[in-house]
Design a binder for this molecule. Structure first.
Ligand code: SF4
Ligand code: SF4
Length: 218
């Protein structure tokens, strides 16, 4: 789903139905107290293993504990790959939303929470080359963030949210999915049961780090 979703977005960016943005594109946005937290209700927040890692560390629990307590698991029949979502945010208010609408784990929030209203799509070509595009996420009616004077370039926005280090790991995971689908033909042999068995490895950041030989410094 995560990968599939990004591919769909990428296709729309390719055919022009979504406009891509350059890093020096300017826009206005600033979160408003009047709507604070309304964006954290009944919303699908897709997570990758590194989102889970940073949130779990913030809560001082293991990635696998975070997965069990705060995530929903599903399987994409099209891509034949498992994906996870933040459980409470989908069913009502996010469990990390404080009474005043602010985020309890703000410094460890997921990439999607971090970059909104800017979205990012990544595609790996057959030769492994990475293509990256950014775009403006559809405006939500209740979101007052666009109705303000504060101006940013896309680069300033992403830098301010310290996105680069999250993207580095996130793209490694997308590359792993690309490798599994293009080289290991995972669409042929992956099914819901196998995905269930692979879940702790694919989304348990502690196990995945070991398997990929990634040190804690990355
Ligand atoms: S401005 Fe938009 S993103 Fe910010 S708190 Fe309000 S609804 Fe959420
Ligand atoms: S993690 Fe924080 S920013 Fe993201 S949905 Fe939950 S409360 Fe909102």
């Amino acid at each position: 789903m995560l990968y599939n979703y990004k591919q769909e977005i990428m296709n729309k960016l390719d055919d022009g139905s979504i406009s891509g943005l350059s890093m020096d594109h300017q826009f206005t946005f600033e979160c408003k107290t009047a709507c604070m937290g309304r964006c954290c209700n009944s919303i699908t927040i897709l997570l990758d293993p590194w989102d889970i890692e940073i949130m779990a560390r913030q809560l001082n629990i293991s990635g696998r504990e975070f997965l069990a307590e705060y995530c929903k698991y599903d399987f994409s029949p099209e891509l034949k790959w498992p994906y996870v979502r933040l459980k409470h945010a989908e069913d009502g208010p996010c469990i990390f939303m404080l009474e005043d609408g602010r985020c309890e784990i703000y410094s460890a929030r997921s990439r999607n929470c971090r970059t909104y209203p800017i979205g990012r799509a990544v595609r790996f070509e057959q030769d492994g080359k990475k293509i990256e595009r950014v775009f403006m996420v559809d405006k939500m009616d209740f979101c007052l963030g666009h109705k303000c004077e504060k101006s940013w370039t896309v680069k300033e926005w992403l830098d301010d949210a310290e996105c680069e280090k999250f993207y580095e790991l996130s793209d490694l995971y997308l590359e792993l999915i690309h490798y599994a689908t293009s080289q290991l033909n995972s669409r042929v042999w992956m099914n819901r049961n196998i995905a269930q068995m692979l879940m702790p490895l694919l989304y348990g950041p502690d196990l995945l780090r070991n398997k990929l030989g990634l040190s804690e410094d990355i």
